[in-house]
Design a protein around this ligand. Structure first.
Ligand SMILES: Cc1cc2nc3c(=O)[nH]c(=O)nc-3n(C[C@H](O)[C@H](O)[C@H](O)COP(=O)(O)O)c2cc1C
Length: 387
C-alpha cells in the first residue's frame, strides 16, 4: 500500500520551543511553509483548530489558490458551525482546491477549551454529537433531493445543498481520539483514524480497537490509520540526542515563563494525553527511536512524542509503524519550516523507497506475475532441480 506524509499548515512560526516572530496569521509564512512541504515530498498539511487562533477554512482557501498539488486536512469542531453550513463550507473549499480536501472532525478533549466557544456538553455527549454531525455532513455532500433530519442534537427540514464537492462520492473524513467513545464514533464514521505516536505495542492495541469498533458498526472496511510524531533528526545519533535535550530545555523554559496557554499544569481530560503522560512516566525511550520527554514536558499536549535519531534511524522507526498497518505518517518539527525541509529531504525518500521495496515483495503471485528480484515468472511451472 502507498504511504502518505502529513505535515503542518501553521499560520505563523511559533511552536512549543519559541514564540512567533510576527502576527498570528502571517500570510507570507503560511505560504512559505506550505510551499516547503510541497517542494519536499509531503502529500498533505493539517490546518489545526484552537479557540482564538486564525480560522482554518479561509486560511486553507488562501493556500489552495496558491499551491498546486498539496492536499489539505482541515480540522473542524462541530460546536462552531451548524452542520449544513459547515458541509457547504467544505464543499466550496473542495471546489477551490480542485478536490484536495479532507476534513478532520474534532470532538474536543478539554471541557475548558470547548467552553471558550460556548460548548457545554460532556465529552461523551460531544462524541455522540460528532457522530451525528459527520453523518449529516456526508448527507449534505451527497444528497441531491431535499431531506429532513431529526436527531439528538440537530433538527432541520427540507434542506438541499446547491454546492457539491469535487471528490466523488465525497471528501475523506478524518477523526482522532483514544477513548472508548472515540473508537466507537470514529470506527463507525472515519475514513482515516488518527493516533498520536505511542510505542509499537500500544499503537497495535489502538489499531485493534479501531478495527473492532468498525466491525461493531457493521462496516465491511476499516479506516486507514495515521500516526503522528515530532521527529528530531541530526547527522549522528549523538547529535540527535543533544538536539532532543535542547528541545526539551526550550519547551520547559517556555512553560515556566507561562507562555504556552493551553498546556498549563493541570491533568488533561482527554484519554490520548493521559496515555502519553503515563507512557512518559514509565520510560523515556521505547522501540527504535520513540522518545517521551517532549510529551512529558508539554503535559501530553497532542502530538508530542518525538522520534530521535539520524534520518536512517527515524525512517526505520516509521517503517516499523508502516509494518503495523499505518499508512499515513504525520510529522512536525519544532522549527516548523526548517524541519519540514530537513525531514522531506532526508527521511521521506528513505521511507518511500523502503515501502516501494516492501510492496514489490508483496506483488501479486499468479500467472504472468514476475518476481522483480529474480525476474522469474512466478506463475510458471516450478524449475526442475537436478542432482
Ligand atoms: C492527529 C490528531 C489531530 C488533532 N487535532 C486537533 C486540533 O487541531 N484541535 C483540537 O482541538 N483537537 C485536536 N485533536 C483532538 C481530538 O480531535 C479529540 O478531541 C481528542 O483527542 C479527544 O480525546 P480522547 O482521547 O479522550 O478521546 C486531534 C487529535 C488527533 C489524534
Amino acid at each position: 500500500m502507498p504511504v502518505e506524509f502529513l505535515g503542518i499548515a501553521a499560520t505563523n512560526d511559533g511552536s512549543e520551543t519559541g514564540a512567533r516572530s510576527g502576527a498570528a496569521f502571517d500570510k507570507d509564512y503560511t505560504l512559505r511553509l506550505a510551499r516547503a512541504h510541497e517542494d519536499h515530498g509531503w502529500d498533505r498539511v493539517l490546518f489545526a483548530y484552537s479557540s482564538g487562533s486564525p480560522i482554518p477554512a479561509p486560511a486553507a482557501a488562501y493556500l489552495a489558490a496558491k499551491v498546486e498539488k498539496l492536499q489539505i486536512l482541515l480540522a473542524h469542531r462541530p460546536n462552531v458551525a451548524y452542520p449544513t453550513y459547515a458541509a457547504r463550507t467544505f464543499a466550496t473549499l473542495d471546489q477551490i482546491s480542485d478536490g484536495r480536501l479532507t476534513v478532520h472532525f474534532i470532538t474536543g478533549g478539554s471541557d475548558q477549551e470547548q467552553g471558550r466557544e460556548g460548548d457545554t456538553l460532556t465529552k461523551d455527549e460531544r462524541y455522540a454529537r460528532t457522530r451525528e454531525y459527520i453523518d449529516i455532513v456526508k448527507q449534505v455532500w451527497t444528497r441531491r433531493e431535499a431531506f429532513d433530519h431529526e436527531g439528538e442534537h440537530y433538527r432541520f427540514h427540507d434542506f438541499v445543498s446547491d454546492v457539491f464537492p469535487v471528490q466523488e462520492p465525497r471528501p475523506g473524513v478524518s477523526f482522532g481520539g483514544s477513548s472508548p467513545a472515540a473508537y466507537a464514533a470514529g470506527g463507525a464514521e472515519a475514513d482515516i483514524y488518527c493516533l498520536w505516536g505511542e510505542p509499537l505495542a500500544e499503537t497495535a492495541q489502538q489499531i485493534e480497537s479501531v478495527k473492532a469498533a468498525a466491525a461493531a458498526a457493521g462496516r465491511g472496511d476499516v479506516p486507514r490509520i495515521q500516526v503522528a510524531f515530532r521527529p528530531i533528526i541530526a547527522p549522528t545519533e549523538e547529535l540527535a540526542r543533544e538536539k532532543a535535550q535542547r528541545t526539551v530545555g526550550a519547551i520547559k523554559q517556555r512553560r515556566e515563563e507561562g507562555l504556552v496557554r493551553h498546556h498549563r499544569g493541570d491533568r488533561p481530560q482527554n484519554t490520548g494525553s493521559q496515555r502519553l503522560i503515563a507512557l512518559a512516566e514509565q520510560g523515556e525511550r521505547y522501540d527504535r527511536a520513540l522518545w517521551t520527554p517532549t510529551a512529558a514536558a508539554t503535559g501530553g499536549a497532542g502530538n508530542s512524542n518525538a522520534l530521535v535519531g539520524t534520518p536512517e534511524t527515524v525512517a526505520q522507526a516509521l517503517l516499523d509503524y508502516y509494518d503495523l498497518g499505518v499508512d499515513i505518517l504525520s510529522a512536525r518539527g519544532y522549527d516548523l519550516l526548517g524541519d519540514a525541509i530537513d525531514f522531506g529531504r532526508h527521511v521521506i525518500p528513505i521511507v518511500r523507497e523502503e515501502v516501494a521495496k516492501r510492496d514489490r515483495q508483496r506483488a501479486p503471485r499468479g500467472p504472468g506475475a514476475v518476481d522483480p528480484a529474480l525476474g522469474l515468472d512466478l506463475g510458471a511451472a516450478p524449475l526442475a532441480v537436478s542432482g
